[in-house]
Design a protein around this ligand. Structure first.
Ligand SMILES: [Zn+2]
Length: 368
């Protein structure tokens, strides 16, 4: 089901995930149906995350997860720790020499000494049922730690997988290709919502990884005009080719996802003009329209008539129609998400790239 709505309502009893717009860095807030809060990273500290948490009703954090000790992930954690009670703090166990790391650990240690916060090293294999129907699992850092990689701090990021009913969220920190290869070797299940590793860098998100994960929704936390030129155009192209819908904090602002265990609804702060092409522009700041796109977890089962339902079909199913390649399949999904469900088959004619000749081939093969 795809809908276009104005405004946004939060439903009680749902899982909520916010990929906060903190510029170049990561900060992700998870709020469980029963009201527990988990924070993964807090950006550089350039954006104060604590008020963003309070605005979302967070009074304490059950878990704070520092994926790895780079400043664009841990830089803001000290402020949050000082302002909001944190029950358990998890990190990758790897240390760093920077002031942002040592300052943070001084606070973590003093909170641990005061028995306000428990300190844990995350390990792959840890799994806990947070509440009914909601499981949290660490897939990284691997044991033993990866060493001799391009960035061992990145490679040993805490990787968190959250399973809510039929929905799955995978938060990968800044893990790179060696971590992906190791997880593939160990065997990894598909996961429909992927927080793309390392801000969409070229060193992560391989085709093999995407073939295994099969993400439908790709979240990229990245600063506008960042000096690393993240996300890499090749990575964006790989995600698009894999059929994922891409959401980026530099273009969409904060990305809010809400899961009822069967469907994920996405609300973005801004509408991005053209994400599929690597994000050429976004609407002006202050544009307050909200898009909600409801994603069903898997491709709809084939219609018994054998027809492809243009409101429900996945990119892969659309791709198989005559005259529709991957780019037109993506255009149909894009159109559907921006304009709402098709109410007539003839509206396909409005999708960029679909003209009368393609329409003639499609008419007898599709349904609503
Ligand atoms: Zn980073």
């Amino acid at each position: 089901m795809f809908t276009l709505l104005l405004g946004g309502l939060s439903l009680a009893g749902t899982l909520q995930v916010d990929v906060l717009d903190v510029g170049q860095g990561d900060s992700i807030l998870i709020q469980t149906p029963s009201g527990k809060s988990i924070l993964i990273d807090a950006g550089t500290g350039g954006t104060d995350v604590a008020p963003l948490l309070r605005a979302r009703g967070v009074e304490q954090l059950s878990m704070m997860i520092a994926t790895h000790p780079h400043a664009d992930h841990i830089g803001g954690l000290d402020e949050v720790l000082m302002e909001i009670p944190v029950r358990s703090y998890f990190d990758s166990g790897l240390t760093h020499t920077t002031a942002s790391y040592t300052n943070l650990m001084t606070i973590v240690e003093s909170k641990a000494d005061a028995e306000e916060t428990r300190y844990f090293t995350a390990e792959a294999g840890f799994q806990t049922e947070l509440e009914d129907g909601l499981t949290l699992e660490f897939l990284g850092p691997p044991l033993p730690s990866l060493s001799g990689t391009r960035s061992d701090l990145n490679s040993n990021s805490v990787i968190t997988r959250l399973t809510h009913g039929s929905q799955c969220f995978l938060f990968t920190g800044d893990a790179e290709e060696p971590t992906e290869a190791l997880l593939l070797q160990r065997g990894i299940e598909p996961c429909n919502v992927l927080k793309v590793a390392h801000h969409g860098s070229a060193h992560s998100t391989t085709d093999r990884w995407l073939a295994a994960i099969q993400p439908e929704i790709a979240l990229i936390s990245v600063g506008e005009g960042n000096r690393y030129k993240h996300p890499a155009p090749d990575t964006v192209a790989r995600l698009t080719a894999a059929g994922a819908d891409i959401y980026r904090t530099d273009l969409h602002g904060t990305i809010h996802l809400e899961s009822d265990g069967e469907t994920v609804t996405i609300t973005t702060e801004r509408i991005a003009a053209d994400v599929a092409d690597g994000g050429l522009s976004s609407l002006p700041d202050g544009h307050s329209i909200t898009v909600e796109v409801a994603h069903t977890p898997a491709a709809a089962p084939p219609d018994p008539s054998g027809l492809i339902n243009i409101n429900k079909a996945s990119a892969a199913q659309l791709d198989e129609l005559p005259g529709i390649g991957p780019s037109k399949a993506a255009a149909i999904i894009d159109y559907r998400s921006k304009m709402g469900a098709f109410t007539t088959i003839e509206q396909l004619d409005n999708v960029p790239g679909i003209g009368p000749a393609t329409m003639a081939k499609l008419r007898s093969l599709v349904t609503l």
